[in-house]
Design a protein around this ligand. Sequence first.
Ligand code: 5GP
Length: 207
Amino acid sequence: MNKKGKLIVLSGFSGAGKGTLVKAMIQKYGYSLSVSATTRDPRPGEVDGRDYYFKSVEEFRNLIDYNGFIEWAQYVDNYYGTPRKFVEDELAAGRDVILEIEVRGAMNIKEQYPDAVLIFITTKDATTLHDRLKGRGSETDDVIAKRMSRAGEEADLISNYEYVVVNDDLDECVDTVHGIIESKKCELENQMDFVKEIRQELLDFYG
Ligand code: 5GP
């Protein structure tokens, strides 16, 4: 029997290091990552199709109309969305897929995929968050201020997540998040098919 993959939603304040975390999880544990579409401009070094699919507002709206996203949201003046086909194909093929999306998108996913794992990634404090955003050097002070303010709003929604992980030491964070996902898979309700199978095998063992 082909087991469906698990959908993993990673959210966190902008600047909490989700991007680096996700890259490390792909490298170390082979997770599959959904590449989102966005209307924001590429940052230096970002590549179309690898970091995001960069779209015009018109292209993005077309994709919404054609049901091309499993979720989409507006975040600080831009649109972001998760392309439907990739995620559905990967899950059907039994691969675990990470979505790195903001809070409203995460809530939307939880409604559609109740057994998705929702994990919130944060820095250990607000100053560290501000320093990381500033250190990235890619955003103006105005955008940084908007992202800090949005982080304050997002903090109100953390209670909708199942897990909160502080990203202080990257390696530790990678292993903690992987551990959460693995233990989630072992929960009884996620193992019922296996339990039925092994029960039947045992009953049939001596024919
Ligand atoms: P950034 O501009 O820093 O790359 O992303 C801004 C925010 O948009 C981040 O919180 C990121 O997780 C979120 N985001 C990226 N892709 C998607 C998506 O497909 N859907 C939603 N809802 N949020 C996304």
